[in-house]
Design a protein around this ligand. Structure first.
Ligand code: FES
Length: 106
């Protein structure tokens, strides 16, 4: 089984994409040539974050947003900075980029 999620170029810069890997829902946010990965579970009520597929970023493009109650999370480290779970964090998924492919880091 490959740990490749997609090619980096398949995610527009600043955008996000959801994946289901080994029964676990995760999502990836692209920031230029870097990617950040998190488990798709809001620390407030443990629900998925997105309302629409692959839609994890707020309108400002600055934060990850939970569609249920609007909690905002920093893209860089997943910390919730506004909303009902302020101070809690998303669970990070370590990623790597190899030959232009986004992979789960083992
Ligand atoms: S479930 Fe995410 S903010 Fe409430």
């Amino acid at each position: 089984m490959s740990s490749v999620l997609c090619q980096l170029e398949e995610i527009p810069d600043g955008d996000s994409r959801g994946f289901s890997v080994d029964g676990r829902d995760i999502f990836v946010v692209r920031q230029g040539g870097a990617v950040l990965g998190y488990v798709n579970v809001c620390p407030h009520l443990f629900t998925p974050l997105e309302m629409m597929p692959d839609d994890f970023i707020d309108d400002s493009g600055q934060f990850i947003i939970c569609a249920t109650h609007g909690a905002l999370f920093k893209i860089a480290d997943g910390e919730c900075i506004a909303g009902p779970c302020q101070g809690e964090s998303l669970t990070k998924v370590p990623l790597a980029i190899e030959d232009g492919a986004v992979k789960l880091a083992s």
